[in-house]
Design a protein around this ligand. Structure first.
Ligand code: PMP
Length: 367
């Protein structure tokens, strides 16, 4: 049998594994930070209508610049972040992973490096590697916040070309203060002109306002967003960024022509028409997230403050054994490899109850 390593693949990919959480068929799946609420029926009907209209023109390539979609995304951002965003500030792609990949293809690449503050979203390192960009793991404090002086020192020492700041951070749930972002931006610009990417995939779930207004007057600052979480549309694959129009122009150099299908654009536009309903679900999920934090703490678990739609909890002597024990109670959570800690996504109230019962049961079994 031929294996991957028998093929003439790039050396840096040898022996590596692809990204992916185990997808097990269990009653309660709270492991991939998805939104538990299916899209409401009126939105499903509207998607069918808009996709039918798009289907009438599928003999043609889609709008290469996705202007209507970018305009609606700009309106959404303006409305929800109190910062005026125009079509020229916004770019969209197939999931924010593709947005990040386009940014690394443009601003990273062979001979260049990217830095993130770990533990953080593992795809930042993986997409860096996939684009030939060197990866530098920056520090995070014991409480999982970014310690600004330590991060500034790491930036000054390594002079990365791209800096990732994930806020709220996956897998810890930790939000980053605007002041910290500004300090790291200044440090990164002092080291060399470099791109600072604020990954706000979970921005809508935060107790704090978006960091997006910081892009004003900072052409090397990008905020990336997604419809996968707050809009409950992980299957749609629609991510976007807001930045200086020059950044949007720059990513045109690497995007594939017609990368965003007409069906994707039509579906995303339909979802944006139902923003208010979808943001109503976000409010419910925020309340459930806060309930998970409170109830886990009441049980005696340690819990990291969360601004996302998931909660990091522990501490376990053997987090993998705890993951397995929770799974034995029919609930799938995520072991992100952070020693002592596990991560649970906020689900429906019933799913969260099942999770809390499972944790209560395993704590009893261990005492
Ligand atoms: N950024 C972060 C921090 C994430 O957790 C995720 C999804 N797990 C993404 C980006 C990518 O999401 P998508 O490609 O679905 O937009």
């Amino acid at each position: 049998m031929t294996g991957i390593d028998d093929l003439p693949i790039r050396d840096e990919l040898r022996g590596k594994s692809p990204y992916g959480a185990p997808q097990l068929d269990v009653p309660v799946r709270l492991n991939t930070n998805e939104n538990p609420y299916p899209l409401p029926e009126p939105l499903v009907a509207r998607i069918a209508e808009r996709v039918a209209e798009a289907a009438r023109h599928l003999n043609r390539y889609p709008d290469r610049d996705a202007v209507e979609l970018r305009t609606e995304l700009a309106k959404y951002l303006t409305r929800t972040t109190d910062h005026e965003v125009t079509t020229a500030n916004v770019w969209a792609a197939n999931g924010s992973n593709e947005v990040l990949q386009q940014l690394l293809q443009t601003f990273g690449g062979p001979g260049r490096t990217a830095m993130g503050f770990e533990p953080s979203y593992s795809m930042h390192a993986l997409i860096s590697r996939g684009t030939g960009t060197g990866w530098i793991s920056g520090p995070r404090g014991a409480d999982f916040t970014i310690d600004a002086p330590a991060a500034e020192r790491a930036i000054a020492e390594h002079r990365p070309h791209v800096v990732f700041i994930c806020s709220p951070n996956n897998p810890t749930g930790t939000a980053v203060e605007a002041e910290t972002v500004l300090r790291l931006y200044e440090a990164a610009q002092a080291a060399r002109p470099s791109l600072v990417v604020v990954d706000e995939a979970y921005g809508e779930f935060s107790h704090r306002p978006s960091l997006l207004p910081l892009i004003a007057g900072r052409p090397n600052l990008v905020v990336s967003r997604t419809m996968s979480k707050a809009f409950g549309a992980a299957g749609l694959r629609l991510g976007y960024l807001a930045a200086d129009p020059a950044v949007v122009d720059a990513v045109q150099l690497v995007r594939l022509p017609y990368h965003l299908s007409a069906v994707t654009q039509a579906t995303a536009l339909a979802a944006l028409e139902h923003t208010d309903t979808l943001l109503g679900y976000v409010e419910q999920l925020k309340a459930e997230r806060d309930r998970l934090v409170t109830e886990l703490r009441a049980m005696g678990c340690e819990v990291t403050d969360s601004d996302a739609n998931f909660v990091q909890f522990g501490r376990f002597d053997d987090s993998h054994a705890a993951w397995r024990a929770i799974l034995d109670h029919g609930v799938l959570v995520r072991d992100n490899g952070v020693p002592g800690w596990l991560r649970v996504t906020a689900g429906t109230p019933e799913e969260n109850d099942a999770f809390l019962d499972a944790v209560r049961a395993i704590r009893k079994e261990n005492h």
